[in-house]
Write a protein that binds this ligand. Sequence first.
Ligand code: MTE
Ligand code: MO
Length: 430
Amino acid sequence: MDENPSECTRRSLLKTLGIGAGALIFGNFLDQTASAQQAPAKRVPTFTGPAANPYWNSVGEMATYPQKVPLVLLTDRPVQLETPRAYFANAITPNDAFFVRWHLEGIPNQVDLSTWRLRVDGKVNKPLQLSFADLVNKFRPVEYAAVNQCSGNSRSRFQPRVPGGQWGNGAMGCARWTGARFREILDMAGMKSGSVQVQLEGLERGKGPDGMPSNEYKKSLDLNNPVFDECIVAYAMNGEPLPMLNGFPVRLIVPGFFATYWVKCLTNVRVLDKPDDNFWMATAYKVPDTPRGSTTPDDVKAGTVKMLPINRMPVRSFIATPDGSTKIPAAMPVTVRGVAFSGYGKIVKVEFSDSARGAWREAKLGEDLGPWAFRAWEISWTPARPGKYSIAVRATDEKGNVQPEEGVWNPGGYLWNKIEREEIVVGASA
Ligand SMILES: Nc1nc2c(c(=O)[nH]1)N[C@H]1C(S)=C(S)[C@@H](COP(=O)(O)O)O[C@H]1N2
Ligand SMILES: [Mo]
């Protein structure tokens, strides 16, 4: 973990934000493009053809939102956008291609930093109101790369199907996050004894999903969970201000944990002396307390399944390329590329196979960006003869967790991590 991001990044960030120059307003530039909430999304034609793989981004429409390249549109109220597959050939996902997911319809499209504050209250000795400049200047900056993955990533694979956004594999991304240690902020406020959780809330309001609350999205973290000391309140993403849609001005980073806790546009931090029982903690984002969080519709109906708040992300790996859109001739080497990650620690091995019955070969791992980041990998593959190949990868993490062949099932559509096979057609040699 890099404790000393270059001063240069910080200085340029403060410059970008106009801090020091007296102009503390940021976000107005969105007015010149479109507001995520008021302007209709610009629609561009879908990519179709051989690249349309049933296991990836098969939703039919692309949309452009402020500060974003065209992304796969799941829903526009609330905004849910998926990152196209090709971006997962690299360990870092660019800000403008990073997926987007909100629960409420009324999301902020600008934030005035001259009045915005991060409030810390509840069971504390000294409530705080920190400005953006306070966060940047009063705390030692911490920087690390970490994967943000939606709990429902790959939900469209579930059989029987479950309600919720029918994501392909693109509800994930990895960025370098820079920010202040959450623990240090809470130490400044001084938590009272008997505190058990810290609740997080962002700036958005408005209608929630059908049957779910409006005007609030609140998540809480256990103070005694070791992840607590790893959390940062991030004010930079890949060395830049966070895009509005990804939580400008600050969001919480909870490395190794699913994104539901990574609260965006964070503005209220409340120390609690009893466990949070709001809908988003007590009802939503719960997983069965069973191996791999898997159960059956019958057991759910019988009401016998004990549920727990979702937490760490199981080990996963993905092939970004080839994706079936380019012709692959036999007897020619192809470089297969992708990423792997685990919420339980560093990736130690990625293996590739080109047949459902075939042996696994070890891929070459790319740069190590730390335990919570995507680990890029690549391998050279030479399909000997024309025909159909079933290609797949599987990753192993430092705890010895390896991706299994079997899927999971739970009512929320969470924790998908099985090995995914893909059919590739190889043509006659050139
Ligand atoms: N304020 C706020 N933060 C939020 C959410 C939200 O609805 N509101 N959704 C969470 C969920 S479920 C996901 S998947 C991630 C999505 O992060 P992204 O939009 O930056 O990709 O944000 C998390 N943080
Ligand atoms: Mo999510």
